[in-house]
Design a protein around this ligand. Structure first.
Ligand code: AHR
Length: 492
């Protein structure tokens, strides 16, 4: 049996507000991410509303999705927005050269994306095409979307069925400009960004502008981009992309299921390096001494494993390991709530670490979905520091702290706690002063096997269970099962 780990929450030193957008999503035209996953079209046998499948919409709606990033990713740099407006039966058929030259029907375009965001009550994050587009093309798109009236483009939007403009909350110019976005040197990208950011205008409230930045721990690229004169005024922040590859090898990333405990350990170790990537990125940003706030946007993160044989691009199964990885990341993001105002998991449906998998008319919620659902009370809450000495799992390079915890105060004053037991083998206990709370109530997600997952045939293998613990002598003693994520509220 393991000793109890004692936790202390410092309520006097709040870290900052956890912006709801920390729980953001990424939606790219890629594999079955949009077509089949979200969009089936009005004529489909699959129940839908205006072409969006009802089962997926209801599941997404429950998550209170705060923001969605679209249309890519690498695809953004090949996307021409005019292909995706106007009567759907007249839209061009193109091919998606970013992801395998697959047919792109353009049935899901600007109206479909912004209307979906509106129905979900989500903010919008648009990535314009710097790679194969022009500033003129991007400017026309922004005008089409945001100008209330008085121009041909505003009239065209109205003629296409949308009277009022939409709002763009976040805008990115370029994506992975060090790679699929054009293999640019940072100074060259910085010049292009500065030109576009100066010229591009929206009507109404200006979006936050986000630079395309580094990936993994390699922050030199971002550093050089930020060297550009005046960059602190041309952008509100810079992105960081950080994926967890179990093997750390792009040629053989590791398997989604049927992996060993050693691979579990390697996955957790690599995930926890997100902390170092965030901290070094923030220190690098600070070294530029910008006058205004300048933040870090982790606008792509999540598990990336080998794609299933014969499956759509980047389709992968999702296990209790993914759930643990998601929760570890959230706990790290909360620790930097004051400087990381948005993150976007890659991606929402059927792609990489997805919330939802579909196959024709079937749908299944993944363990990652349940973590997003359980963590909902953290959206908009105030993060509080938690201190404890975590027990170590394993030894050598892949040894890691078995426990991770996070605490926050919600707007109504409730204390909410999250715990991850990343130990693949053993349960752990934690103790915590109860203050004036009498019970801790919430849900726990765990599984018998390290690769337990939900399938269309067996959709409830990994599901949260209710948990309620009474304080004894002013203390909570909590048992955290092996491989688990727990979210609790303290109540009277
Ligand atoms: O999320 C999949 C891809 O990963 C994105 O298109 C790209 O930006 C990144 O390399």
């Amino acid at each position: 049996a393991h000793a109890q780990t004692e936790l202390t929450i410092d309520q006097s030193a709040p870290i900052g507000t956890i912006q709801p957008e920390v729980y953001g999503q990424f939606v790219e035209h890629l594999g079955a991410g949009i077509y089949d996953g979200i969009w089936v079209g009005e004529d489909s046998d699959i129940p839908n509303t205006d072409g969006i499948r009802d089962d997926v919409f209801a599941a997404l709606d429950r998550l209170e999705i705060p923001v969605m990033r679209w249309p890519g990713g690498c695809y953004a740099d090949l996307y021409h927005w005019r292909d995706g407006i106007g009567p759907r039966n007249e839209r061009a058929g193109t091919v998606n050269m970013a992801w395998g030259g697959t047919p792109e029907s353009n049935q899901f375009g600007t109206h479909e994306f912004f209307n979906l965001a509106e129905r979900l009550g989500a903010k919008t994050y648009l990535n314009v095409n710097l790679g194969t587009g022009t500033p003129g093309e991007a400017q026309a798109w922004l005008e089409y979307i945001t100008l209330p009236e008085g121009s041909d483009l505003a009239n065209e939007r109205k003629a296409n069925g949308r009277e009022k403009p939409w709002k763009i909350d976040y805008l990115s110019i370029g994506n992975e400009t060090w790679g699929c976005g054009g293999n640019m040197r940072p100074a060259f990208y910085a010049d292009l960004y500065a030109q576009w950011a100066t010229l591009l205008q929206t009507a109404g409230e200006a979006p936050k502008r986000i630079l395309s930045g580094s990936h993994e721990g390699n922050i030199d690229y971002s550093d050089e981009v930020l060297d550009h004169p005046g960059m602190g005024n041309l952008a509100d922040g810079i992105s960081l992309h950080y994926y967890t590859l179990p093997n750390g090898d792009w040629a053989d990333k590791g398997e989604a299921t049927d992996f060993s405990k050693a691979q579990w350990a390697e996955t957790i170790t690599r995930t926890l390096r997100m902390e170092d990537a965030i901290e070094r990125s923030l220190a690098m940003i600070d070294s530029h001494n910008f006058e205004d706030d300048f933040d870090l946007y982790v606008d792509e993160w999540g598990m990336w494993v080998n794609t299933e044989e014969g499956a759509p691009a980047l389709y992968q199964q999702n296990t209790i390991r993914d759930a643990v990885v998601a929760a570890l990341n959230f706990n790290l993001f909360h620790q930097h709530a004051d400087r990381v105002p948005m993150t976007n998991i890659a991606q929402m449906v059927n792609v990489l670490q997805a919330m939802i998998l579909t196959d024709g008319g079937k749908m299944v919620l993944t363990p990652t979905y349940h973590v997003f659902d359980m963590y909902r009370p953290f959206q908009g809450a105030t993060a509080l520091p938690v201190s404890f000495e975590a027990p170590t799992y394993g030894s050598g390079d892949d040894a890691f702290p078995a426990l991770s915890a996070s605490a926050a105060r919600t707007e109504d004053g409730t204390l909410v706690l999250a715990f991850v037991n990343a130990d693949p083998e053993a349960a752990h206990g934690v103790t915590l002063q109860a203050g004036d709370a009498r019970r801790a109530e919430g849900r726990v997600l765990s599984a018998e096997e390290i690769d337990a997952h939900n399938t269309f045939a067996s959709p409830n293998e990994v599901q949260p269970e209710e948990m309620s613990v009474r304080a004894k002598n002013g203390t909570f003693e909590l048992g955290l099962p092996a491989r688990s994520v727990t979210v609790l509220k303290l109540v009277q």
